[in-house]
Design a protein around this ligand. Structure first.
Ligand code: ES4
Ligand code: ZN
Length: 326
C-alpha cells in the first residue's frame, strides 16, 4: 500500500540499535566456523526456532551466548558493515548504535578490538553509504557500579571516538540509581547520556533515569505512560522516546502490535521514534517496525512522517545537521 511506499522512501535515523543484536544466524554460523567456536545449533533455521522469548531475560541469555563468536576486529567490522548495508536499504541516513563492551571484555576480547572494528565499519559506512553515525557505549546494568566505572576507564583514551553512554540489560532489580555516579562522571567527561527505562521496569525507573542520570532521551519508555504527571513533564520537556515495536512484541512487553504505545505517545504530544532494537532476534529491521505499527495502529501519513522527523530531532546531531534532514 501507499503507506509502505512512504515508509520505504522516508529518510530516517535509527536511534535504538544494539549492534550485537544485528548478528544474523547466517553470520553466527560463518563466524563460529571461521573462529572455531562451538555453538549449540545445527542450522540457521534451528537458531531462528530458538528465538522464542517470554520476557527480556529469556532473550538476554541467548543474546549474550550469540556474542561468543565475536572475537577479532574483523568480526566486529563484518557485523557492523552488514547492519549498515541493511540500514541503507531501508533509507536510514543516520545511526546511533549501542555496543556492549562488557559482553566482550568479560570473554577476554580487548575493548580496543571491539571499538576498532565497529568504528572502522561506521567510517566506511559514512564514506561509502553516506550514513552518518554516533556510537553509544552501554553499561550492563546487571553488573556492578564498580565494573561500569572500570569500563568507563577503559573508554577514557578513546573519548574522541565514543559519543555517549547508555544503560541496558536486565532492568528490574537494577534501577538507574545504581549508576548515578557513573553517569555523573560520563556527563562530566562530555558524553551524551541515555538509558533503557520503563521497558519492563516501573515508572519510578523513568523518574530516576531523568532525575538521577539526567538522560537526554528514553530508550523504550513504555511504562512512563502509566504516570500522568510524568507524561505531562515529558511532553513539556520534549523528551524523545526510542520505541521498538517488534522488540516489545517478541519480549511480551505487549501482547499484540495493536498495543504498541507509539500512536498514544504521538497523540499525547510525546516525541516517539521507531527503531529495531535487536533486529536479528526480533524479526525485523527499522522499516519492518514502521510497517508493523503503521498497519497495526492505522497510522496516518502525517504520523509516519512525524516519527521519521522525530528520529532526527531526537538525535545527537547538532541542530543544523538535524535540520538538513527535515
Ligand atoms: C536489549 Cl531490548 C533490550 N533491553 C535491554 N537490554 C538489551 N540489550 C540488548 N537488547
Ligand atoms: Zn534496547
Amino acid at each position: 500500500p501507499d503507506r509502505d511506499a512512504l515508509i520505504a522512501r522516508l529518510p530516517k535515523a535509527e536511534l535504538h540499535l544494539h549492534i550485537e543484536g544485528s548478528l544474523e544466524p547466517e553470520m553466527l554460523f560463518a563466524l563460529a566456523a571461521r573462529n572455531g567456536v562451538e555453538i549449540p545449533f545445527a542450522s540457521a533455521e534451528e537458531v531462528r526456532a530458538a528465538y522464542s522469548f517470554s520476557n527480556l531475560q529469556d532473550f538476554l541469555d541467548i543474546y549474550y551466548q550469540g556474542m561468543s563468536v565475536l572475537l577479532h576486529e574483523q568480526d566486529f567490522y563484518d557485523l557492523t558493515w552488514a547492519y549498515l548495508e541493511r540500514a541503507k536499504a531501508d533509507n536510514v541516513r543516520h545511526v546511533e548504535i549501542f555496543f556492549d563492551p562488557q559482553g566482550h571484555t568479560e570473554r577476554g576480547v580487548a575493548f580496543e578490538t571491539v571499538l576498532d572494528g565497529i568504528e572502522r565499519a561506521l567510517k566506511d559506512g559514512e564514506a561509502r553509504l553516506g550514513i552518518t553515525y554516533r556510537l553509544i557505549m552501554c553499561f550492563l546494568r546487571h553488573l556492578s557500579e564498580e565494573e561500569a566505572f572500570a569500563t568507563l576507564e577503559q573508554a577514557r583514551p578513546h573519548l574522541d571516538r565514543i559519543h555517549g553512554v547508555g544503560l541496558d540489560s536486565s532492568e528490574v532489580g537494577h534501577p538507574p540509581s545504581k549508576f548515578e555516579r557513573v553517569f555523573a562522571k560520563a556527563r562530566e567527561l562530555g558524553l551524551h547520556v541515555t538509558a533503557h527505562a520503563g521497558e519492563e521496569g516501573p515508572p519510578e525507573y523513568v523518574h530516576e533515569a531523568l532525575d538521577l542520570l539526567k538522560v537526554e532521551r528514553l530508550d523504550h519508555g513504555n511504562r512512563a505512560l502509566e504516570d500522568d504527571a510524568l507524561v505531562e513533564r515529558l511532553v513539556r520537556e520534549g523528551t524523545t522516546f526510542t520505541v521498538c515495536p517488534l522488540s516489545n512484541l517478541r519480549l511480551c512487553v505487549i501482547d499484540r502490535i495493536e498495543d504498541s504505545p507509539v500512536k498514544r505517545m504521538l497523540e499525547l504530544g510525546l516525541k516517539a521514534t521507531v527503531n529495531a532494537d535487536d533486529p536479528s532476534y526480533f524479526g525485523g529491521y527499522i522499516n519492518d517496525n514502521y510497517r508493523a505499527v503503521a498497519e497495526g495502529l492505522d497510522l496516518s501519513a502525517e504520523q509516519i512522517v512525524e516519527l521519521a522527523e522525530n528520529s532526527f530531532t531526537g538525535s545527537f546531531l547538532p541542530p543544523d545537521e538535524q535540520a538538513a534532514h527535515l
